[in-house]
Ligand binder design. Sequence first.
Ligand code: UDP
Length: 250
Amino acid sequence: MGSNKDIELIKDGKRIDGRDFDELREIKIKAGVLKRADGSAYLEWGKNKVMAAVYGPREMHPRHAQETTKAVVRARYNMAAFSVPDRKRPGPDRRSIEISKLISEALEKVVFTEKYPRSVIDVFVEVLQASAGTRCCGLTAASVALADAGIPMSDLVASCASGKIEGQVVLDLGKNEDNYGQADLPIGYIPRSDELCLLQMDGNLSEDEYEEAMDMSIEACKEIYEIQKEALREKYSTELQAEKLNEEEM
Ligand code: UDP
């Protein structure tokens, strides 16, 4: 977040990429793309490209990290060195540790962890190409990957950010909007129970702007939720068709 008067973010009532104030970038999700993961999802969201892979539940190592009454959801968010214009130094940094933690905590809210004491459910989020909003991409893809792994959950988590540019509240900040805007408010939303499992804010919003941003994000999360469910439906209907063909051949 930073203000730069030379960068124009709104022109003729539209944003620089031509979007309306309450319009999402295009989102595509494909479930079950990795053979060796228990569950996976690949997501494209605007120019972001993110892969999520789930392994487990499996026995937690090291053992001292085990929880006797529940499984631990252990997410690791990583940005590929080539995912951003300036090469990203490989390995964890403060930002990726923070994002890993918030993804883990958000997913713990929907996974029935008490079914798997002493276990760990590993969730890997690999950002292949980044263009603002990667934590929302990661959380959205990871929850599809968990469902694809067949892990019992109360619901999916859909995630999206709203923010403020040139005094205007807008949905789903793009790269320049994120860099030169005035606020960014990512949320994680559980549609079935109408609850939040992630809320962060960078920059400043008035109470009214906050309400407006929140309403926009929740509406958008409901749209994203439909895309997530469709990705899972698509995966399983294709699988069922393949099984049927196999049976017919036998
Ligand atoms: N970014 C970057 N290099 C970095 C970290 C981030 O170029 O080391 C870019 C990337 O496009 C990212 C954006 O800055 O999506 C915004 O980062 P932020 O920390 O706000 O998280 P995000 O919006 O991706 O959840």
